[in-house]
Design a protein around this ligand. Structure first.
Ligand code: G4P
Length: 531
């Protein structure tokens, strides 16, 4: 098969949702359809259970599961599907943001009763900013929930999307009869005594036919006709290009738990979802069908086995093919590396493979060469963009609690930061180290892992910071205003791990004051900005 054909078969995507909306259940059902697993219950939830924030076993369990489910690959209708796992817990949001840099599209799962929730809003916003194609799956139709039209309005308003339903529910909750599939023009009936997993699909392109009454009762038939009339009136028809551009989002309804509406979603997904997309680098846009291999690291997993200091770097292949034992250029370090046992991922296992294609993810064993965002190529010097750090929400000084183990502490902090567990800032004026995280849970994770993996002990001290702002150095570094800013804010200036200057602002007010006093100064809320 040609490179082009291999690439066009691939669909690499992520499922995002607020915890409990049904991401794990949907993933499992997709794997069942793909024949990748044989029974329900095989996919473990990567959720951190409520109230378990101090339970280190839980943290380890979560890490263990998340390596097993990082990439779930299967074949469906001659397509190679790669599902990239995204942690739902908000304290791991940064991990999810980074994974989203490696997907070509996403499916957003929403609970029909709860509607749009906080975590969904944040994640969709990131996808929207990057124009990632999105399909919305409204789940749990077997339960009483919000009216379908109200929900579509909510999705448009809260998530800023422009939706078009490709299926529509017939009833809901106790009265749920099935779904009219607008995309395939058929009716899926939800029937049987137990109302579980029983599905009947009847081709039905003319809803005005009196047969509809016989199938779903006259009341439901009438209601469906009215609903569909409104759908066709209010919503634009599906436009694949608009979906691919990220300006239109098709919506499906179903019940993942009952296996209902999932096949319809998957069938439409493989047909419309994009194959691997071009990606911008600092020098040019790289096309997936270029012969030369390029890829970037979006995730690092370290020290799963305390006896081996192993790390697995997850690389998304952007172009060409990745081959075993071929030397590739690590463009940040400027050195060539060879990988004798690259892992490819299947449903729940990984295997050493000789060749992987653009769109695929390979797991590379690493002895400390990789950081999140690193680029590999066949020789060309380029760096992929788009893995910025966002300002953390929590900041604490980290102190060494065992003076005999300062080397271990340093190494541990360094490696955990490379893995992207949290961000490190070093204060300019006294060299103290500050750890910034998205959630408070990370501090426990870091403390626990430093102790168990590096034999180092740390303690924390509060540092009341509101936001990290990356400072763009002016064209003239001797600019008097800039020098004045550096002097006045001396105690709040730090370097991130890349050595970029960061202003750690203690309040929204102080950011405002800085902006007023130094109107020429450019502050950014992510580490990656165009000058
Ligand atoms: P998540 O990964 O998005 O966090 O959600 P997950 O799939 O774990 O689902 C959260 C809960 O919602 C689970 O119940 C799951 O069984 C249920 N669920 C998922 N899809 C549906 C659906 O279509 N209909 C209904 N009624 N429920 C659904 P749980 O009680 O929290 O867990 P479990 O004990 O059933 O595993």
């Amino acid at each position: 098969m040609s490179l082009e054909q291999e690439i066009s078969k691939r669909r690499t995507f992520g499922i995002i949702s607020h915890p409990d909306a049904g991401k794990t259940t949907l993933t499992e059902k997709l794997l069942l359809f793909g024949g990748a697993i044989q029974e329900a219950g095989a996919v473990k939830s990567n959720k951190i259970k409520k109230g378990a924030t101090s339970d280190f076993m839980e943290i380890e369990r979560q890490r263990g599961i998340s390596v097993a489910t990082s990439v779930l690959a299967f074949t469906y209708k001659d397509h190679k599907i790669n599902i990239l796992d995204t942690p739902g817990h908000k304290d791991f949001a940064e991990d999810t943001f980074r994974t989203l840099t490696a997907v070509d599209s996403v499916i957003v799962v929403i609970d029909v009763a709860k509607g749009v929730e906080e975590q969904t809003e944040k994640l969709v916003e990131v996808c929207r900013m990057r124009n990632i194609p999105m399909i919305v799956f409204i789940n749990k139709l077997d339960r009483e929930g919000k009216d379908a039209f109200d929900l579509l309005d909510e999705v448009e308003q809260k998530l800023g999307l422009r939706v078009t339903p490709l299926s529509f529910p017939i009833g809901m909750g106790y009265d749920f009869k099935g779904i009219y599939n607008i995309w395939e023009k058929n009716i899926n009936l939800f029937s049987g005594d137990s109302r579980k997993n029983i599905e009947e699909t009847i081709a039905f392109d003319d809803v005005s036919s009196p047969e509809l009454e016989e199938l779903i009762s006259s009341q439901s038939a009438q209601r469906l006709r009215e609903d569909l009339e409104l759908v066709y009136e209010v919503y634009p028809s599906f436009d694949r290009q608009a979906y691919l551009n990220g300006t239109q989002q098709p919506v499906f309804f179903g019940s993942a738990l009952n296996n209902f509406g999932v096949r319809e979603l998957l069938d439409c997904f493989v047909e419309i979802a994009p194959s691997p997309l071009p990606k911008a680098s600092d020098v040019r846009i790289v096309q997936p069908n270029e012969k030369g291999f390029t890829g970037f690291v979006f995730k690092i997993h370290a020290n799963m086995d305390p006896n081996h200091r192993d790390r697995l770097a997850f690389v998304k292949i952007v172009s060409g093919t990745f081959e075993r034992n071929k030397p590739y250029l690590h463009t940040r370090l400027g050195k060539k590396l060879k990988f004798s046992s690259p892992n490819a991922f299947f449903a729940e296992k990984k295997e050493v493979v000789d060749i992987s294609y653009a769109g695929d993810i390979v797991g590379l064993h690493d002895t400390g060469n990789f950081k999140i965002g690193d680029t590999l190529t066949e020789g060309e010097v380029l760096h992929f963009k788009g893995i910025p750090s966002f300002s953390p929400e929590h900041f604490r000084y980290i102190n060494n609690a065992d003076p005999l183990k300062s080397k271990q502490l340093e190494k541990g902090i360094d490696q955990l930061m490379d893995e992207g567990v949290a961000q490190l800032f070093t204060l300019d004026f006294n060299g103290r180290k500050v750890i910034g995280t998205v959630g408070a849970l990370q501090y426990e994770v870091i403390q626990y892992r430093l102790e168990h993996e590096y034999g180092a002990k740390c303690s924390y001290e509060n540092f009341p910071i509101f936001k990290a702002c990356w400072v763009e150095e002016p064209e003239n570094p001797k600019d008097p205003d800039y020098l004045d800013f550096l002097r006045v804010k001396q105690k709040y200036l730090a370097r991130d791990k890349q050595g970029q200057l960061v202003f750690l602002a203690d309040s929204a007010f102080s950011i405002e004051m800085v902006k007023q006093k130094y109107p020429q100064l450019k502050l950014h809320f992510t580490s990656e900005f165009d000058k």
